[in-house]
Design a protein. Structure first.
Length: 130
């Protein structure tokens, strides 16, 4: 019974470390990329964990299979780069920069979405005569 308890405690610590580290890495990647960021807390967490796994895996592949620990400054750096790349492709494939086709485009606009400014209400044309 004690062995099961120790194993559960060990795996719970690993999960909590990855959740915390993934959140920090995801937030760092979102802070680097300019503009509004899609996704919420779960997307940031998944992006950070995925970026860390991808970044550490690529470094381990190119440097002779020597594993890099994600909970180090080097792991944080490559994890942030990996999460940044995931965020870039998430925006690119999610239609953040481009609009598909000509639907919704007015007056020959390019593919960028434009927001209309609210016009100031003109009170000169209002009549207060009764």
């Amino acid at each position: 019974m004690e062995d099961i308890r120790e194993a559960f405690t060990h795996y719970a610590e690993i999960v909590f470390i990855w959740v915390g580290f993934g959140t920090i890495v995801g937030l760092a990647a979102k802070a680097i990329m300019p503009g509004r960021d899609p996704g919420g807390a779960i997307a940031t967490l998944a992006m950070g964990i995925g970026g860390t796994v991808i970044g550490c895996g690529v470094v381990a592949y190119f440097y002779g299979g020597e594993p890099i620990s994600p909970i180090t400054p080097e792991g944080f750096f490559v994890g942030t780069i990996g999460a940044f790349i995931i965020l870039f492709f998430y925006r690119l494939l999610g239609g953040y920069w481009f609009v598909e086709g000509d639907e919704g485009l007015a007056h020959g606009q390019s593919g960028r979405r434009r927001r209309r400014r609210r016009r100031a209400r003109s009170y000169d044309s209002l009549s207060y005569d009764e």
